[in-house]
Unconditional design. Structure first.
Length: 362
């Protein structure tokens, strides 16, 4: 059966990196007979410019019908002065919410080839392989009430609500324990239970769920300490389970351990494993159109798609190996460049990965 993939390039470097991922998909189809059909749709600022909304109904329709979704990035300075309800980010958040993609997997792996690209000492990061599991459809990102108003003193005021129901915490906690069972059986839940009631409940529910997984060692850490420990000694972690906002922040931090934010893929899944796959980095307006963006996070997101949604570990492995082989040959985009390697642009990196993938057939 043909797999239908909805492709949403979005804004900034989104279209540039998606173009490289599409070459990988073409190669999978041509060389390995993976039956794939792609259809593109607008999201974010590009959608706003064309239709007046960052999240057009046709885009939602297409993503609902698709088996899987590949997204580039959204946002940029051009749309920053728009009202919140029509900002590019609303498109992405709308998709996560409408499709109930509450599970967000952000693996932070340091490939040996990139040890020199990390700003952290090699002994601290070499061999790093952690999984950040971020709750993606609740918490302060979606809590009501939210908004801006003029208070009694005539001052402007902004407010958001951090809220999680027990069931929202429970379902992501189960995923966390199950992922830990397949890895090193250690789950560290990140909260701010010393200050925020909502995350006190988070901790409580995670402990309750943990009773069903006696084989997983559960620990808890406050988010401020977690940020520090990620830089001090990241290898102490296996799976980190956390809420929407803490996960957003900690995953950027973890990304830098791997050499560059341009390396980190992500999977956002619903309860049935249907998912949206995207690099964790943003639209990078500063380098848009220059042909220097790193396409690896997006290409690795494809690999995650094959593994988690399409049940095709063989081709997922092939893509990962092709990425490693491009890195082995010394090619680096600017963000992961270090002395003694060869700096290349987005297309050259994409081409090198595709050619390694093609060669892996022989
Ligand atoms: C991410 C991004 C998004 C988020 C933005 C673009 C809305 O930073 O996926 O980490 O905050 O979730
Ligand atoms: Mg982020």
């Amino acid at each position: 059966m043909t797999t239908k993939i909805a492709v949403l390039p979005g804004d900034g470097i989104g279209p540039e990196i998606i173009a490289e991922a599409l070459k990988v998909l073409d190669c999978l189809q041509a060389e390995f007979g993976v039956p794939i059909e792609t259809e593109q749709a607008l999201i974010g600022g590009a959608a706003y410019d064309a239709t007046g909304t960052p999240f057009p109904a046709e885009t939602l329709e297409l993503t609902k019908k698709a088996d899987s979704i590949l997204l580039g990035a959204v946002g940029g300075p051009k749309w920053e002065s728009l009202e919140y309800s029509v900002r590019p980010e609303r498109g992405l958040l709308g998709l996560r919410s409408e499709l109930d993609l509450f599970v967000n997997l952000r693996p932070a792996i340091l490939y040996p080839q990139l040890v020199a690209a990390s700003t952290i000492k090699p002994e601290v990061v070499s061999g790093l392989d952690i999984m950040i599991l971020r709750e993606l459809t609740g918490g302060i990102y979606f809590g009501q009430p939210r908004g801006r108003r003029i208070n009694e003193k005539g001052e402007r005021e902004g407010f958001n609500t951090l809220i999680y129901s027990e069931s929202e915490i429970r379902r992501i906690a189960h995923v966390g324990f199950q992922i830990a069972q397949k890895r090193n059986k250690r789950l560290c839940s990140v909260d701010k239970a010393n200050v925020l009631e909502c995350t006190e409940l988070w901790r409580e529910v995670v402990i309750e769920v943990g009773k069903e997984y006696p084989d997983v060692a559960l620990s808890h850490i406050y988010v401020d300490n977690a940020a520090m420990q990620l830089v001090r000694n990241p290898k102490q972690f296996d799976v980190m389970l956390t809420d929407n906002m803490f996960g957003d922040i900690l995953s950027d931090c973890a990304a830098m351990l791997t050499g560059s934010i341009g390396m980190l893929p992500s999977a956002s899944l619903d309860r049935n494993g249907k998912g949206m796959y995207e690099p964790i980095h943003g639209s990078a307006p500063d380098i848009t159109g220059k042909g220097v963006a790193n396409p690896i996070a997006t290409i690795l997101s494809l690999s995650m798609m094959l593994r988690y949604s399409l049940d095709d570990a063989v081709n997922a492995d092939r893509i990962e190996k092709a990425v490693l082989s491009a890195l082995d040959s010394g090619l680096r985009t600017a963000d992961i460049y270090s002395e003694g390697t060869q700096k290349v642009g987005t297309t050259e990196m994409g081409n090198a990965i595709v050619s390694a993938l093609r060669k892996s057939k022989q």
